[in-house]
Design a binder for this molecule. Structure first.
Ligand SMILES: [Cu+2]
Length: 178
């Protein structure tokens, strides 16, 4: 299969590139009867924050300048917007959406990603990924790399991404060559 990479930059059309993550809605957790007001306030504050899990980066050949990182974001109880991601492992990082159409692989640059309350946003190989551009050093399986996600409401949340060995025959984790 011939793969053609294309980055679609949507200048001046931010709205077109915004992805609404509205999957995985979960019901609100009910407070038990008799809970004090203070405890309830604390619980409310905790449930407002997004929870980030399964953060990982594929091991890449030393010559690769770019790599892709993946996380799962489970939003808290309020609307939020994922504004960006940073890591000391790369000069810059951005959100991309990869898709196949007619045998051509396309990549869409996502300036920001909207998060509905309780939405679950999954970054995964072949789809949405965090493109790490101009890697500062090669990553080996077992390394951990901090990723700092920036949310409009929740602020900065840093997680440790685990570098995983490439599986032989697996789909490309994130077009490390582009
Ligand atoms: Cu990309």
């Amino acid at each position: 299969m011939k793969m053609v990479m294309a980055v679609l930059l949507v200048a001046g059309a931010l709205e077109a590139a915004v992805v609404n993550a509205a999957v995985g809605q979960e019901g609100k957790s009910a407070m038990p009867a008799g809970t004090t007001k203070l405890a309830k306030n604390k619980a409310d504050a905790a449930t407002l924050l997004p929870v980030i899990s399964n953060a990982w980066i594929s091991e890449a050949p030393p010559v690769a300048r770019n790599n892709a990182a993946f996380v799962t974001v489970k939003n808290g109880a309020r609307q939020d917007v994922l504004l960006g991601v940073e890591t000391p492992a790369a000069e810059t990082a951005e959100f991309h959406q990869m898709s196949m159409a007619g045998g051509i692989m396309r990549m869409l640059y996502l300036p920001v990603i909207n998060l509905a309350p309780h939405a679950v946003l999954a970054f995964a190989p072949g789809g949405r990924h965090m493109m790490l551009i101009n890697m500062k050093q090669p990553l080996k399986a077992g390394d951990t790399v901090p990723l700092t996600l920036k949310f409009r409401n929740a602020g900065l949340i840093t997680v440790q991404a685990e570098v995983r060995a490439m599986e032989v025959g697996a789909a490309p984790a994130g077009h490390a060559s582009h």
